[in-house]
Write a protein that binds this ligand. Sequence first.
Ligand code: FAD
Ligand code: SF4
Length: 510
Amino acid sequence: MANLILILGDQLTPVISALDDADKSSDRIVMAEVHDEASYTNHHKKKLVLLFSAMRHFAQRLQDDGWDLHYQRYHPDNKHQSLEAVIADQVHAFKPERIVTTECGEWRLHAQISEWHKTLGVPVEIRPDSRFVASKQEFADWAEGRKQLRMEFFYREMRRKTGLLMDADGKPEGGEWNYDADNRRKWTGKPAAPAPFRIEPDATTRAVIELVDEHLSDHFGTTEDFHFAVTAEDAEQALAHFIDFALPCFGDFQDAMSDDEDWLFHSILSPYINCGLLDPLAVCEEAAQAWYRGQAPINAVEGFIRQIIGWREFVRGIYWLHMPDYARENRLGNTRELPWFYWTGDTRMRCMHKAIDATRRNAYAHHIQRLMVTGNFALLAGVKPEDICDWYLAVYADAYDWVELPNVLGMVMHADGGYLGSKPYAASGKYIQRMSDHCSNCHYKVNKSTEDDACPFNALYWHFIDRHRDDFAKNPRMGMMYRNWDKQKPERKEALLQRAEQLLINIEQL
Ligand code: FAD
Ligand code: SF4
């Protein structure tokens, strides 16, 4: 039987299920850089370079390994501009008995591929993606009958399933499941943050950079200073660099932000894990071993592993359980368009400027910048979920719909009515001041709330609390906020609400 095997740009591993039982002597692999996938959103230029270059390297590896492989390189004038067109052409030329692929990470494409057996007239076998700890069905079984889903309980299941950081009696190592309470230190410059891992672009990557600069120059961000790994071997080195130099402090400063340091102690591994260059479980195993060796403390290692087998798996489960309806959720009724400064970084709010500017340069910002700065602002300002979701999908090298959407729509925007998170992550400027040194360099004053130079987050926070009383007053985790709001004098409340209204009217000038 001759199969046509489709490998997508985020499936760059020889253990991808589409290759299970594949036969080099009869099957053909297809990989394609197509216009439709490159431009359905304003993907960051570095993301495009990363994926095209990693695809080219992976294709070369397969060809060196003896596979018959058809590869389409990107050109705006290519005859075939969609995956379906490329596959249709190959079906015509190769006449396979069936098409084999691994399930993709996006509802939009999944819906298209699910119809190919009709449109292309060939059976299509879509195999589960075995790179995740929990299958879609396993997650659905766990979620069944639960009114609200909580990551912590799912995470414990994943710890038991994988055995990661579990002792011989089936108890969590160190005695606790979760050490998050230890992971909230502000970073004041010591210990020094390690330099990020860098790989200098090789000839393949340089050719892709030229291509992106020439043909996709209107996309967000820059290709300058591209230093991501684009092969599995180099991504392994990036992992080793993280374990040796950043993991020991990852936990302590996980929530910290800095005016001078883009990366702090984060792993910067999500672009590789998400496209297949690194295996998530192998990454967790390396981190666990660092704890067993005494190289990193438990709060760092547990915190890191929780992000991967906890949050990462949890958001993926929610995505597939509730798509496509999930993408349309807007339970807080937001209507505001995304302020333009999200694309330029041109704002006097120092924390926002820093997060957006790093995003523009690096196609990366760490979790707390995404959640508590750009995300928090969008939540407080009432930005339409679909606008802010589009932004997050475009600007990060690790962004794919299955992981971006629940994080933004659920975790940040609370647009799913609290299904993913029990309370919104709304915060005033005080939080940002506590976790960073941005405020001391800001045009606005974090200790002021109603004056012209007052931190915008402060009044917007109370405006958010006030306008969503019906949504949150009965939430036990929000009770204290409402008691604090109700305790304030009427004239103070009025001044805060007026200041917030002014900020919202003049939002583009902030
Ligand atoms: P580290 O801080 O070193 O964390 C380790 C790993 O844990 C990451 O590599 C990632 O694989 C995983 N991880 C951590 N948090 C999450 C999470 N909430 N969901 C899923 N995986 C997680 N992550 C993406 O991979 N793609 C996205 O498009 C994406 N969009 C996000 C949007 C918002 C608004 C928020 C709040 C978070 C988003 N995240 C996304 C999660 C998280 O911010 C990134 O995974 C992380 O910043 C990647 O950097 P890192 O590899 O240095 O992570
Ligand atoms: Fe951000 Fe407000 Fe601090 Fe400025 S004062 S950096 S706007 S939190």
